[in-house]
Design a protein around this ligand. Structure first.
Ligand code: SF4
Length: 292
């Protein structure tokens, strides 16, 4: 099996066997995301996908975890996904769970019964970027969904028995929109009550100037380290999620944290407060070691 590069997967899927069901992202319009800008979206033909699955079942017959790539395989017709999951279950008898990325527009297009059919076939975790809960910002970044649509789609998936792993992007609202971004994102996370919640921090590298001036408008200013920590605090202090694994360990974040909410909320807030007292704190990831 050969992968069509670039290939992305969440850090927690490091031990999963990956199959590319689609190439690229069916939406591919989010302003901050360059992951699949160089790929034209296509659904892989069944002959190619099934041949990959059968081939890999010979090499790795004991596979327990599978991740479906690329950006949002859930955009495909449910029948095609059922056929894919059925073949995975048939060829990998030890299969325990299948996970994939999902965009909010994918979930809007699936009924609860369709999602239940996928769940029955061991589809388990959906990784979904909330990005922000702020409607004006969602529109500005071309996410293609409102906060309410993200909530409704995610809740539908949870009701169907799927586990939601969601994340927001710190810094997405810039310095001016920071407070609204943090508070609205917490509101949306609370409404979804996902199983996993994480943050990433906006990093633009060489595109910083273009992003600030041309895409987001003249007033947009990226957050500095301390502003990013303040935004994280505003976000966490409003969270009322329950039974939720929370993590900021992604390499783009300044302060790596993990815990369970609500149990660890005070500890997490205390850690953020300690980090905010000193921008050279050893709690913080040095700039050179941050990455996407
Ligand atoms: S839906 Fe996800 S993968 Fe597609 S453009 Fe937006 S952020 Fe990128």
């Amino acid at each position: 099996m050969e992968y069509d590069m670039p290939l992305y997967r969440p850090p927690s899927e490091g031990r999963s066997l990956i199959f590319q069901v689609t190439l690229g992202c069916s939406w591919n319009k989010c302003l901050f995301c360059g992951m699949y800008k160089g790929k034209r979206f296509t659904a892989r033909p069944w002959e190619d996908l099934s041949a990959d699955i059968i081939e890999m079942s010979r090499y790795q017959p004991h596979t327990k975890k599978v991740f479906l790539a690329d950006g949002d395989p859930l955009c495909l017709e449910t029948d095609y996904l059922i056929k894919t999951l059925d073949l995975l279950n048939e060829t990998f008898p030890a299969l325990e769970r299948v996970s994939t990325y999902a965009g909010p527009t994918n979930l809007m297009g699936k009924s609860i019964d369709e999602l239940k059919e996928l769940r029955k076939r061991k589809l388990d975790v959906l990784y979904l970027g909330i990005e922000t809960g702020n409607d004006a910002l969602l529109k500005k970044i071309h996410k293609g969904a409102t906060a309410q649509e993200i909530i409704d789609g995610s809740k539908k998936a949870i009701e169907a028995g799927l586990r939601m792993s969601t994340f927001i992007i710190l810094g997405l609202g810039g310095a001016e929109g920071s407070l609204d971004h943090a508070k609205d994102s917490a509101r949306v996370a609370n409404a979804i009550n996902p199983h996993f919640l994480a943050t990433l921090t906006l990093m633009l590298g060489q595109y910083e100037e273009v992003y600030e001036k041309k895409l987001m408008g003249g007033n947009f200013k990226l957050l500095n380290k301390m502003q990013s920590l303040q935004e994280l605090r505003w976000f966490v202090e409003d969270l009322t999620v329950t039974g939720c694994k929370f993590g900021t360990e992604h390499a783009s974040n300044y302060l790596p944290i993990n815990g369970t909410l609500p149990e660890d909320k005070e500890k997490i807030l205390d850690l953020i407060d300690r980090a905010m007292k000193d921008e050279n704190s050893r709690l913080l990831r040095p700039e050179w070691s941050r990455g996407l």
